[in-house]
Design a protein around this ligand. Structure first.
Ligand code: SF4
Length: 369
């Protein structure tokens, strides 16, 4: 699901290009303490070196070995000869009028991925939206990333480095992470879970401040329930019935609404955690009074919050439109009347195409022109 729905109302304030180079040496970011200890042993170094490195990589967000000032110079040189700090190279950074920053990174395999940093004034917090795959196989009909098709899974290092590289570049203490960028995190399950564990234990981001968003991959929701992680699970439902959901999310033919709801209820029963239901609002598709009532009925007695996301296309809208404000309000009031907490997502970074796939798509278009 997208990080933030785009519109085209405000100008880009400061696009900042950066040099592009492909990383070839193995990266240290993405390694846990045991793995770093083993690598240091291979270099003939003592285990305490791994602990020092761990601090520099994950807590102090160092991006160059030369910045790791309490390490002896010959050791820093040895590290630089054998490794890079992180796997990602920054290709482009855009800063929106509202302060949202969108980053385009190149992976060691030459693919491009994106991350979005958002500032929420009311809570005075920074939140980063990160990607889990290059492209996506799920093919939601309203999504730019779906049009790219699946290209590859990101590694633990690629996923973790998005957070660390943005934190270092922006100089902000980022305390919230949402896995809602490009890709379906549940289809890269092992790497995503390992990265989340690293971000939680090494970079010290509270697990309850990490959100994993899925289009509804039922076996993986069932697996996640057994991980014992207190993260926030967000499920992109987008329709309360199979007929509507099949039209906009082909994944529903594999995991239909009843099966998905069984999985969500079991997840809540096992973890005790409230689930967030994401609902992108598409004019004339899933925004009727009937849909609102059906959604309220489907979620009756289920421990969920509901997040309505008014569709707001940039570039190709794929034939979808945003409903009117009146329709959105009426829909919200109907669902709220059933006793549910309902929020409407605020647009962020509307001028810099801060939606999944948008910047990567633009980059692909630019480089292939
Ligand atoms: S196609 Fe993939 S990236 Fe796009 S909304 Fe669906 S699951 Fe998310």
């Amino acid at each position: 699901m997208s990080c933030a729905p785009p519109s085209s109302e405000t100008p880009i304030t400061s696009p900042v290009p950066a040099a592009v180079e492909t990383v070839t040496k193995p990266a240290l970011i993405g390694k846990n303490l045991e793995e770093l200890t083993a690598l240091m042993a291979d270099l003939g170094e003592k285990p305490f070196r791994a602990k020092q490195l761990f601090q520099w990589l994950y807590v102090k967000s160092a991006r160059k070995f030369e910045d790791m000032t309490d390490l002896a110079k010959p050791f820093r040189q040895k590290l630089a000869d054998n490794f890079t700090v992180g796997p990602l190279t920054m290709v482009e950074r855009q800063v929106s009028a509202d302060g949202t920053r969108k980053y385009l990174f190149k992976t060691p395999t030459g693919q491009t991925i994106e991350s979005v940093l958002m500032y929420f004034e009311d809570r005075d917090t920074y939140s980063i939206c990160i990607s889990s795959q290059v492209g996506c196989a799920v093919d939601c009909k309203f999504c730019a990333t779906g049009k790219l098709g699946f290209k590859q899974n990101l590694t633990v290092a690629d996923i973790t480095d998005q957070y660390l590289a943005v934190q270092a570049d922006a100089g902000k203490d980022i305390r919230n992470i949402v896995m809602m960028g490009q890709g379906e995190p549940m289809l890269n399950y092992d790497n995503v879970i390992a990265a989340i564990r690293l971000l939680n234990t090494a970079a010290e981001v509270g697990i309850r401040h990490i959100t994993l968003s899925t289009s509804g991959i039922v076996p993986k929701i069932d697996a996640l329930a057994k991980e014992g992680m207190q993260l926030v699970l967000a499920v992109s439902l987008h329709a309360p019935d199979d007929e509507t959901r099949n039209k906009i999310m082909p994944i529903n033919t594999k995991y239909p609404v009843a099966e998905l709801m069984r999985s969500i209820k079991d997840y809540i029963g096992t973890t005790g955690r409230r689930v967030t239901i994401e609902y992108v609002m598409l004019k004339g598709i899933n925004d009727s009074q009937w849909h609102a009532e059906k959604l309220a009925e489907l979620l009756r007695g289920v421990k969920v919050n509901i997040n309505l996301i008014p569709y707001n296309p940039i570039g190709d809208s794929y034939g979808f439109e945003r409903p009117s404000n009146n329709t959105i309000m009426r829909f919200m009031e109907t669902v709220m009347a059933s006793g549910k907490k309902v929020t409407v997502r605020v647009e962020r970074g509307s001028d810099i195409a801060a939606a999944c796939g948008q910047l990567a798509n633009q980059y692909i278009e630019k480089t292939s022109a």
